[in-house]
Design a protein around this ligand. Structure first.
Ligand SMILES: Nc1ncnc2c1ncn2[C@@H]1O[C@H](COP(=O)(O)OP(=O)(O)OP(=O)(O)O)[C@@H](O)[C@H]1O
Length: 916
């Protein structure tokens, strides 16, 4: 993501980074330009926000790009090396809005401020020396600005390291949200890599440039686009990883952190180093890295994740997604945790049941749950406030957020103390109870009711918190009263009623009279001695007096001192809060857990969901299942209610593999909805949520695959059919006997017979080889004859009623096969011209007649099953022994041959082959 141009790629007359860094450029630069050039040269990949007064200025190519991206005016500022310097600027107070736009457009920004340089000051023997330096880099994965973060979404920075051992390449992933301190690690296989990255959805993925440029991984990083950022391999060095991580945490060794593989440590240290590289002033308060086992989460392949619209719809909107339909949380932390759980459902029935226990216990106590949710409503986002405080970017309101969060936690703790709880909720209650009460007491005793945004505005320390502060404030306020008294006195003394004492930042306090009245103040010697002239304005004259100046100093001193005390108090409170970071984060996670469980309990009650039975069996028995998103949408539209449908893919008696339903039925009958709803019910159950069904028994699914809906991939030049086949290939190669596979109309994107043959072979493969549980929707009615041969395959159909030539969709699934598609009826409903519909009926009748004479059921008698056919072919190959060509090849030893001999051997082999 190098957005800035180098010398070989310069646009127009704008000097590039390397032009600027040249000898000629440096030797002719002004001191300010010299400083700029040095900083820019160190940050060539970022737009440089160069602080000048109340503005961040951008120069050269940065200015050109920023003005284009932000739609702001480009101006010129002098010349350098004979060329004009393009410039634009953004006001400091509005910088977050501009940063947001730039980050969203894929830029990174280096923020350069004036900083104290104590070392230089010492060298020069002066009190203080300031210079400009980059204080932080704003990149998509390292954002902490509140405005740039979505409250309900995590903001992960992820580092990826390659593991060199084993046959299949493997990877370690480390992901950090510096706005909450969450830090996780996992290992994953190459076949799962993209799925795992998409599950975690990092905003920025850093990886060694060698991996980034590996042609085998091209497809993975093409999908991720600009999220993937190559970094020098040295950042991922596993030999120094442990040292770098322990240095970050300020500990001698990583003992007590848990055990991590070398690759995990490499990824973790790259992530931590990148955080250090971007957050130059302070270290974010990261939690201890937690290890996640890839096998403990349900594998959802990338296409399925997109097609099932888990967090976003196919058009990219959050409305209409499963997450949006299930989210009843009250807090941002709860919303983030729910999203995370839904994106990574579990495979361990014990953990799933722990979550379900929490929902059940809350659903059984609705009054109590309402009280808990009311208390949660008052809990602000503690992790994000804590992160800003730790980074030195917090304000009084962040302390206030910790205080309010701790108060809400105390209220919830009191509510939970006598209640009947699940194991998970008991653990949450204990984490909340472990919050240090003294800290809350200190915050209560220190913070005022109303808190300003910025600490430099003061006024956030409550009265009574510090005797000295109270005294300074009294002095300041008293002096203000004295000024009011003085104004009255001067009015009387001079006889000028309109005389006012005013204040501005340049003059401080001054007396102001109209120009006409000024004469009467200075027409005597005494008057001139008393009222000292300061400034003449167009219509007014300004004066001061010795008393006023003295008072001014006193007020300024008192105000300065008061602010200094407040700032000291602020820093002390921040230190106290940050010292309790671990306890605060644990309590925040506990609150989020309670919020998620209470939200799902409320949802279950509101939508009439039931607790699924989840265990290690191979069952998949759903009674009266509904689609969670479509059901709510129909209710909102006050349309006909959703028709519930059961689905049973459990292994039939005595059978090892899962069952497959072959679903036929008319277009618009509800096949896709039925397929998706069963996948979503499995996901919800394994997330640990109640499900939209009258009853559900699900043996945990290890991998979920779907091929639903047609999607073109024109950007990569693949047709709809090609995409369909690539996705189908992935499913047939990867589904295990614990997997759930949902296939919708495989083979419809090509000629009928090709499509039918592919669908036929795919069903056989799923049944014989994958032995998974599956739903297969198809328009190829010919396939239904397969149920005669495949013991675990049964036919199901979407019921319709025919009435007066029209079809009525009942949306009911029943046993049996549809004998027709009703495509022509649906086409008629859609408004195809009547003549076309009539002609289509004639054609259909002819085709059906031809089919009756030569039905597909004949095939079933003539064709051996998949396994038998494959075995037969293998046997044929084995019995014929090695061919002549194979034997000749075996006899060759390339190391003993000259190039000429090798070429001759090649020709001989080719000839042998063509003779065969
Ligand atoms: N069980 C149901 N209860 C009520 N409405 C339903 C149900 N299932 C589907 N529908 C509605 O019927 C419409 C068609 O459903 P769907 O897209 O699933 O049909 P389909 O059989 O897959 O169609 P096609 O073969 O044309 O893709 C949708 O608008 C959906 O809202």
């Amino acid at each position: 993501m190098n957005f800035l141009m180098d010398a070989s790629n310069r646009s127009g007359d704008v000097l590039s980074v390397s032009d600027l860094a040249s000898e000629e450029s440096r030797s002719t630069a002004t001191p300010m330009m010299e400083q700029f050039i040095e900083i820019k040269a160190n940050n060539p990949d970022s737009l440089l926000f160069y602080r000048m007064g109340d503005f961040y200025e951008l120069f050269f190519q940065d200015a050109v790009e920023a003005s284009r991206a932000l739609g702001i005016t480009l101006t010129k500022r002098g010349q350098h090396m004979g060329q004009e310097i393009p410039m634009c600027g953004v006001p400091v107070h509005a910088a977050d809005d501009y940063l947001q736009k730039l980050i969203a457009s894929g830029y990174r920004v280096a923020v350069c401020e004036q900083v104290e340089d104590p070392a230089e000051a010492k060298k020069r023997g002066s009190k203080s020396v300031v210079r400009r330096d980059v204080v932080r880099l704003v990149t998509p994965g390292t954002i902490t600005e509140d405005k740039l973060l979505s409250p309900s979404e995590s903001n992960y920075l992820m580092a990826l390291a390659r593991i060199r051992s084993g046959s299949e390449p493997a990877y370690a992933l480390a992901w950090i949200d510096i706005s909450t301190g969450i830090f996780r690690l996992a290992e994953t296989a190459e076949s799962r890599l993209l799925a795992d990255i998409l599950r975690i959805e990092p905003r920025e993925l850093i990886l060694p440039d060698t991996v980034f440029h590996d042609p085998d991984l091209r497809a993975v990083f093409d999908v991720l686009g600009r999220v993937a950022v190559p970094q020098p391999a040295v950042l991922f060095d596993s030999a120094t990883a442990e040292g770098r991580i322990s240095r970050y945490y300020g500990v001698g060794t990583l003992d007590g952190f848990g055990s991590f593989s070398r690759a995990e440590l490499a990824a973790a240290s790259a992530a931590v180093s990148y955080v250090e590289k971007t957050q130059l002033q302070e270290r974010p308060a990261l939690g201890i890295p937690e290890r996640e086992s890839a096998a403990s989460t349900l594998f959802i392949d990338p296409a399925t994740r997109a097609n099932l619209e888990l967090a976003k719809t196919l058009s990219g909107s959050r409305d209409g997604s499963l997450l949006k339909s299930l989210d009843r949380t009250m807090t941002s932390g709860g919303a983030r945790l729910l999203a995370e759980r839904l994106m990574s459902p579990l495979t361990d029935p014990e953990r799933i049941n722990q979550r379900l226990d929490s929902i059940e216990v809350l659903a059984d106590q609705p009054r109590f749950t309402t009280d808990v949710r009311d208390a949660l409503r008052r809990a602000p986002d503690m992790p994000r406030a804590l992160s800003r405080l730790a980074l030195g970017r917090g304000g009084p309101r962040d302390l206030g957020a910790i205080q309010a969060g701790m108060r809400a936690a105390a209220a919830i703790s009191a509510l939970l103390s006598g209640a009947e709880l699940s194991a998970e909720l008991t653990e949450a209650r204990d984490a909340i109870a472990a919050l240090p009460g003294e800290l809350l007491a200190r915050l209560d005793a220190t913070l005022a009711e109303e808190l300003p945004l910025l600490k430099r505005d003061g006024g956030f320390v409550r009265e009574g918190a510090s005797a000295e502060l109270d005294e300074m404030r009294a002095l300041r306020d008293q002096s203000r009263r004295v000024i009011a008294g003085l104004q009255l006195q001067y009015c009387e003394e001079t006889g000028i009623k309109s005389l006012k004492i005013k204040h501005n930042n340049v003059l401080g306090y001054f007396i102001e009279v109209t120009a006409g009245n000024a004469g009467s103040m200075t027409d005597t010697d005494a008057g001139r001695a008393r009222f000292i002239h300061r400034q003449t304005m167009a219509n007014a004259m300004r004066f001061t007096t010795t008393e006023l100046a003295e008072l001014e100093t006193k007020i300024a001193n008192a105000a300065d001192r008061a602010l200094a005390i407040e700032l000291e108090t602020f820093e002390a409170m921040v230190r106290e809060v940050v010292a309790e970071a671990e306890a605060i984060k644990a309590a925040a996670l506990a609150l989020a857990t309670i919020d998620v469980s209470a939200g799902l309990a409320v949802l279950a009650e509101e939508q009439n969901y039931t607790r699924p039975t989840v265990d290690r069996s191979r069952m998949f028995a759903i009674d009266g299942g509904r689609h969670p998103v479509v059901e709510q949408a129909l209710r909102r539209q006050a349309a006909n209610p959703f028709v519930a449908n059961g689905c049973d893919l459990s292994p039939p008696n005595g059978e090892q593999g899962g069952a497959i339903w072959l679903l036929t039925g008319p277009n618009m009958g509800g096949k896709s909805t039925f397929l998706r709803q069963n996948a979503l019910i499995a996901i919800m159950a394994q997330t640990g949520s109640f499900v939209p069904a009258a009853a559900a028994h699900i043996g945990v699914v290890d991998r979920l695959f779907s091929r639903v809906g047609a999607s073109d991939d024109l950007a990569r030049g693949r047709s709809t059919f090609m995409v369909e086949m690539v996705e189908t290939a992935a499913i047939l190669n990867q589904a295990t006997d614990r997997s759930l596979v949902i296939l919708d109309e495989i083979g419809r994107g090509t000629a009928t017979f090709d499509g039918l043959s592919i669908a036929w072979a795919a069903v056989e493969h799923l049944h014989e080889v994958n032995r998974c549980r599956g739903l297969f929707a198809t328009h190829f009615h010919e396939l239904t004859v397969l149920s005669e041969k495949l013991v675990r395959l049964s036919n199901a159909t979407m019921r319709v009623k025919e009435w007066d030539g029209d079809v009525i969709f009942l949306h009911e699934v029943g046993p049996g096969a549809a004998d027709r598609s009703y495509g022509i009826q649906v086409a008629r409903l859609a408004g195809l011209p009547a003549s076309v519909v009539a002609r289509a009926r004639d054609v259909l009748a002819k085709l059906e007649d031809a089919d009756r004479k030569n039905p597909a059921s004949q095939l079933i008698d003539d064709l051996p099953l998949f396994q038998v056919a494959v075995r037969r072919e293998e046997a044929a190959r084995a019995s014929s022994g090695p061919s002549k060509v194979e034997e000749a090849l075996k006899a060759l030893n390339p190391d003993d041959m000259t190039p000429r001999e090798a070429l001759d051997a090649l020709y001989a082999l080719k000839k042998e082959l063509s003779n065969r």
